[in-house]
Design a protein around this ligand. Structure first.
Ligand code: FE
Length: 177
């Protein structure tokens, strides 16, 4: 019962925020996977030791945090800075590309460093979506949707799990925006 309820909640939340119609699948070509300069590979035991159980579930098991959770509440109040991978520290997103999609998960309309983000088709649960991953460590970040009508420069919504990210405030980041 709980599983079915959770599944319905997650699919509703992750598939579309603005209407009951699933958004068109992102029709972007995914270039051949080219790892970033440093490819992080760790054993399962090492990841479990490094990450919190929730981070492990999201990053290493492609899980989804519940909407409007603690990480999202923190995200809404963070100022200028960079969002790096919670697993390996690769720069992924920038506060400059945040927008409020009212979905309950951190949303960006573009990656800050496209070379550190890769996508692949995800057909889990009978729904075709585009999964977003860290190119450096392979960690699952979330999904990207296109053409939902958001008033952003790209009309793309990178719907990202807050626990998969680490915020680096502008003051502390050397290359933060
Ligand atoms: Fe990573």
């Amino acid at each position: 019962m709980h599983y079915r309820s959770s599944l319905a909640l997650l699919l509703l939340g992750l598939v579309g925020c603005t209407s009951n119609e699933p958004p068109a699948p992102v029709n972007m070509s995914t270039p051949p996977f080219t790892p970033a300069v440093t490819t992080v590979t760790k054993t399962d035991a090492e990841w479990r030791a490094q990450l919190t159980p929730e981070q492990y579930h999201v990053l290493r098991e492609a899980g989804t945090e519940r909407p409007n959770g603690k990480a999202y509440e923190e995200f809404k109040h963070q100022g200028s800075g960079s969002y790096v991978c919670g697993g390996c520290g690769a720069e992924l997103f920038s506060s400059a590309h945040k927008f409020d999609s009212h979905c309950g998960w951190p949303s960006f309309y573009d990656p800050a460093n496209a070379t550190n983000v890769r996508t692949r088709e995800d057909r889990a649960f009978g729904v075709t979506r585009t999964e977003v991953l860290c190119a450096r460590c392979g960690g699952h970040l979330g999904h990207v949707f296109k053409g939902e009508g958001f008033n952003t420069p790209t009309d793309q919504r990178y719907c990202i799990n807050g626990v998969s990210l680490k915020f680096v405030p502008k003051e502390a980041g050397k290359n933060a925006p």
